[in-house]
Design a binder for this molecule. Structure first.
Ligand SMILES: [Zn+2]
Length: 382
């Protein structure tokens, strides 16, 4: 492992286009001003304003710049767990704050859209769950990663028909309708989400859903495995787990071969004690069903709070924690409670380079908090 102190500028060519355009915080702007004379950028491509890295080398800043922006890539990441988004206003439900049911698993379209705008305004930018699991966190300098997940499939992708050019027409109040709207409004938000489906897919009929899913993976969304029948895997024997996980992967492989993510969202978050050593739980992670061999690279709980950074000791890719996307007046680990903690010094703040891990040296003073660097360059500052 190569850990070094940052004491000098070591400015190199690659700067992401997102760093140089769009909405910037004051901190970021001042950092950019401070270093702009030293940063080389390559010519933009003709069609999009994207700066192509001239070299694979990483960008570093001074310790003061890291400090001012609060860069810390050992801090926590919000992975939101939504279920179904209903085309309703908040006034149309009997529950508080845009919840559609008593426990807040389902959300109104009004509340969901407001959630997305609020995360953006607080300096979060979306990224793919599969990249997070791979330790590849590509978020602009000074911003924080945000990951959206949806379980169960139903009502989140409400198809209204097809355009003449073959593109789908979605209900503007369903989850993907709102995500597409936000995508057009905030080009630098990097709108993306992972949808975990059961065998009924999105309930538009299998033929329609097959076409929709192909469109989704071609347009920045991911599809993952929520098991065939939504059973509690903690109550299943090995053969049943293999059937539940394996048959769903097999189906995804038939519909979108090579384009689904090898990630399972555990129904009901079961088994919670996935590391207990029960041998049947191994079938969540590898097996063969009906001739189809699968390998799962991560599993998601229905947990209550932010995820550890993938770089730290307590992160466990077999039991990744998520935040339930609901409102409970700022209590019981609702969105407000989680984000107020994140925004009070717990949030991962990026250095803008997915190939480095940057953090204050005091955060790893024990020497064992940083655990997995995924081969990235490690940079600490005081
Ligand atoms: Zn579910």
């Amino acid at each position: 492992m190569n850990i070094r102190k940052v004491t000098v500028y070591a400015l190199i060519a690659s700067m992401a286009a997102s760093l140089l355009s769009g909405c910037k915080s004051d901190t970021e702007t001042s950092v950019m001003d401070a270093i702009s004379t030293s940063v080389q950028t390559t010519a933009a491509t003709t069609e999009i304003t994207e700066t192509v890295p001239e070299t694979s080398a990483f960008v570093t800043y001074t310790a003061e710049e890291y400090r001012n922006a609060g860069v810390n890539e050992l801090n926590s990441v919000p992975i939101l767990m939504y279920h179904r988004v209903y085309g309703m206003t908040n006034a149309e439900t009997q529950y508080t704050g845009g919840n559609v049911d008593k426990d807040g698993y389902n959300r109104t379209s009004e509340a969901f859209e407001a959630d997305l705008r609020r995360y953006y305004e607080q300096g979060y930018r979306m990224m793919r769950l599969t990249d997070f699991v791979d330790g590849y966190i590509d978020v602009p300098f000074g911003y924080s990663p945000l990951i959206l997940t949806f379980d169960d499939g139903i009502r989140d992708v409400v198809l209204q028909g097809w355009n003449d050019d073959g593109t789908p027409v979605f209900d503007p109040t369903c989850a993907i309708g709102i995500l597409e709207k936000i995508k057009s409004e905030y080009p630098d938000y990097n709108v993306t989400a992972t949808f975990f489906v059961n065998s009924q897919l999105f309930e538009n009929g299998e033929e329609e859903d097959r076409k929709v899913m192909k469109w989704m993976v071609d347009n920045g969304y991911d599809i993952g495995n929520h098991t065939r029948d939504h059973k509690k895997l903690g109550d299943c024997d090995a053969d049943e787990i293999e059937k539940q996980v394996g048959s769903m992967f097999k189906k995804l492989d038939e519909i979108i071969p090579g384009q689904y993510v090898d990630i399972v969202a555990l129904p009901f978050g079961s088994p919670e004690n996935i590391g207990s050593g029960k041998p049947q739980y191994d079938r969540i992670f590898s097996g063969t069903y009906d001739g189809f061999t699968y390998s799962t690279k991560a599993a998601l709980l229905c947990a209550w709070t932010r995820s550890y950074s993938p770089f730290v000791r307590d992160y466990n890719n077999m039991a990744i924690r998520r935040i339930r996307g609901y409102d409970n007046g700022g209590t019981e680990w609702d969105i407000e409670m989680n984000f107020s903690q994140l925004n009070a010094g717990k949030r991962y703040i990026s250095d803008g380079d997915p190939n480095t891990v940057v953090f204050p040296s005091s955060d790893n003073s024990s020497g064992d908090w940083l655990k997995n660097t995924f081969g990235h360059q490690v940079i600490t500052y005081d």
